[in-house]
Design a protein around this ligand. Structure first.
Ligand SMILES: [Zn+2]
Length: 94
C-alpha cells in the first residue's frame, strides 16, 4: 500500500460512517433473506422481519444520499470519481 493523498481518498468521516451503516444494514438484510430462503417458505413473521430490514437499509441509504447532497466534501469527491457500489457482490452467497 502506497501513500495516496488525492482528493478521492479524502472521504469525510460522516460519509464513511453512513456507508458502513448502509453496508451493514444491507448485509443483515441479505443474510436474513438467504437464511429464510434456506429454511423454506417464508411465514408472515419472517416476511415482516425482512420488510423491516429492507426499510432499515432504505433509510440508511436515504440518509447517506442526503448527506452526500448536503456535504461539500462529499460533493467534491463524488464529482471526481463516481463510484456505484452495486450489491452484486452480496448476491453470491445466496
Ligand atoms: Zn460528507
Amino acid at each position: 500500500m502506497g501513500r495516496q493523498l488525492s482528493v478521492e481518498t479524502a472521504v469525510c468521516s460522516g460519509y464513511q460512517r453512513l456507508t458502513e451503516e448502509c453496508q451493514r444494514a444491507l448485509e443483515t438484510w441479505d443474510e436474513h433473506r438467504a437464511e429464510f430462503r434456506r429454511a423454506g417458505p417464508i411465514g408472515q413473521a419472517a416476511g415482516d422481519e425482512l420488510l423491516r430490514l429492507q426499510a432499515k437499509y432504505a433509510r440508511a441509504y436515504a440518509v447517506l444520499q442526503r448527506h452526500m447532497h448536503d456535504c461539500l466534501l462529499c460533493q467534491m469527491v463524488s464529482g471526481v470519481g463516481e463510484r456505484d457500489s452495486s450489491s452484486d457482490a452480496y448476491s453470491e452467497c445466496i
